[in-house]
Design a binder for this molecule. Structure first.
Ligand code: ADP
Length: 493
């Protein structure tokens, strides 16, 4: 019986594969890390073949561990690190260069040029994005300019472009497809029509022949070639990681929000069939297309969240393990006046300030390790608060609660402080792997494992709810000091 869905979760540092049963439970999983390549300061690359082989090996390993043969798999869903770019030769399938990763800042100058040429407003209106090296577009432009002869080949239709979903699909099913959630992060897609935007392609000198076909996120993406898993398996769900997590959290209704606390923070609010254009420096993005039209989200990201805890461990060496920070923070009544603005790589939404750097305020002789750890955790929550407030302003509605996931959402102190500082309850689900689950749902909906989103919603269970308990006066004072700290950090350049 085809009772299971295989979810391929291709992340920035590892490829994971998770097999879910029809009760949305994890049956088995496997994870393989791969190499990060840093050819120059600020540059980040991956080997596209390593991405592919680790992903296939993780899938085989999850099948083996769970004793699941290809006959038991109803479908495959794919979710992936977004914005990362691969270009390859159509004839041979061979990449022309390493994958340029979303974190890579090599196109900063190119972005400045585009802004100076006055493209910003037009690009924002059409794509929902801002001009930033983060998105795929300028990475493709860089490759076409830097690799001798590549532009000519691309113009002759000999080159394929793909984000990581497309690279995996091309190798698994031999089709050149993507879905709107991934396409909406490239800078090439018109989010209003869901089609590639030819005026932008002209503006950026991108040959349209390199682009994949955009297909609904839940639907037919072809079948895996027989030799890969021993049988052909249909791929019927594809979404970028943050949109997949939004889906996996059951945030289907307009106004529902999830926030992921990983290396950075990614908060998304579903806005339904309407693209809400942000006035507060958030991004407008496509959430998914279930085959019944595009649905949208507004997204805000914070660059440094859990990464600050890693810094406490690896650089300051004041903790041994992220897991001990909750207890340390709880061991003191407050931060003793210490505030940290963790702008190690500038600040993301809603500030988008690339020049500001990390700053610690309020140190005294009484400041202890515990105070600093507490201030670090609080800074993650303050940054997330800035995102949520911007979302409320953009959507014109107040957010009554939200759902959380990601490594740092295991931290009870952080989650309680988050609820306190926003004055709204937050909920953590029992299935933590919301990204992989989202891709499984998209795939499973298409083949009838789940009939509709109501059925999926019924499978969402709360592990723990954090109810706000902070006095208004205290909350207002803390938020005011945080805002002062951000402003002071931004003026110290
Ligand atoms: P990503 O998918 O971005 O790699 P994960 O969701 O796996 O991130 O979360 C890892 C991050 O969460 C790391 O930056 C780590 O420092 C942080 N983290 C993990 N556990 C805790 C914890 N208990 N408290 C605070 N931060 C944590």
């Amino acid at each position: 019986m085809k009772e299971y869905i295989l979810s391929l979760d291709q992340g920035t540092t590892s490829s994971r594969a998770i097999i879910f049963n029809r009760k949305s439970e994890i049956h088995s999983m496997a994870q393989i890390e791969f190499k990060q390549i840093y050819p120059e300061p600020g540059w980040v690359e991956h080997d596209p073949y390593e991405i592919l082989t680790t992903q296939i090996d993780a899938a085989k390993s999850a099948m083996e561990k769970g004793k699941i043969g290809p006959d038991s798999l109803a479908a495959i869903g794919i979710t992936n690190q977004r914005e990362t770019v691969v270009l390859w030769e159509k004839k041979t399938g061979k990449p022309v260069y390493n994958a340029i990763v979303w974190q890579c800042r090599r196109t900063a100058t190119l972005c400045k040029e585009l802004k100076q040429q006055g493209y910003e407003e037009e690009i924002k209106a059409r794509t929902g994005l801002i001009i930033d090296p983060y998105f795929s577009g300028t990475k493709v432009l860089w490759l076409l300019r830097q690799i001798p002869g590549l532009l000519k080949k691309a113009e002759k239709g000999e080159i394929c472009f793909g984000t990581i979903d497309t690279w995996l699909l091309y190798n698994l099913t031999h089709h050149h497809y993507t879905d709107p959630s991934n396409a909406s992060r490239t800078l090439f897609l018109n989010i209003h029509t869901g089609s590639w935007d030819h005026e932008i392609l002209d503006m950026l000198h991108i040959p349209p022949g390199i682009l994949p076909e955009v297909r609904p996120s839940s639907g037919d993406f072809g079948k895996t070639a027989k030799e890969i898993f021993g049988k052909e398996i249909p791929v019927t769900g594809v979404a970028g990681d943050q949109q997949a997590a939004l889906f996996g959290q059951g945030c289907f209704e307009p106004g529902s929000v999830k926030n992921t606390y990983g290396t950075g923070c990614f908060a998304l609010v579903t806005t339904g069939k309407v693209p809400v254009m942000s006035k507060h420096n958030l991004l407008t993005t496509i959430a998914w297309d279930l085959g019944q039209g595009l649905e949208y989200a507004v997204e805000g990201s914070v660059f440094i969240a859990g990464a600050l805890v890693q810094w406490l461990r690896d650089s300051l060496k004041i903790i041994d393990d992220a897991g001990e920070t909750a207890k340390m923070a709880q061991s003191v009544n407050d931060t003793g006046g210490v505030y940290i603005v963790p702008a190690f790589v500038g600040l993301g939404a809603p500030y988008w300030d690339t020049d500001v750097r990390g700053t610690i305020f309020g140190l005294t002789r009484g400041s202890s390790r515990d105070h600093i750890v507490r201030a670090a955790l609080e800074s993650i929550a303050f940054q997330a608060r800035d995102l949520i407030l911007s979302m409320e302003q953009d959507t014109g509605t107040s957010i009554a609660s939200f759902r959380v996931d990601g490594g740092a959402s295991k931290n009870d102190f952080l989650m309680q402080f988050q609820a306190d500082i926003l004055g709204i309850p937050i909920e953590r689900p029992s299935v933590f792997e919301t990204t992989a689950l989202g891709a499984a749902y998209l795939a499973g909906l298409s083949v009838g494992i789940w009939q509709n989103t109501d059925e999926i919603s019924a499978d969402w269970h709360c592990d723990r709810k954090y109810v706000p308990g902070m006095e208004d006066k205290v909350r207002i004072e803390k938020c005011r000091t945080w805002e002062k700290a951000v402003n002071a950090a931004r003026s110290f350049i």
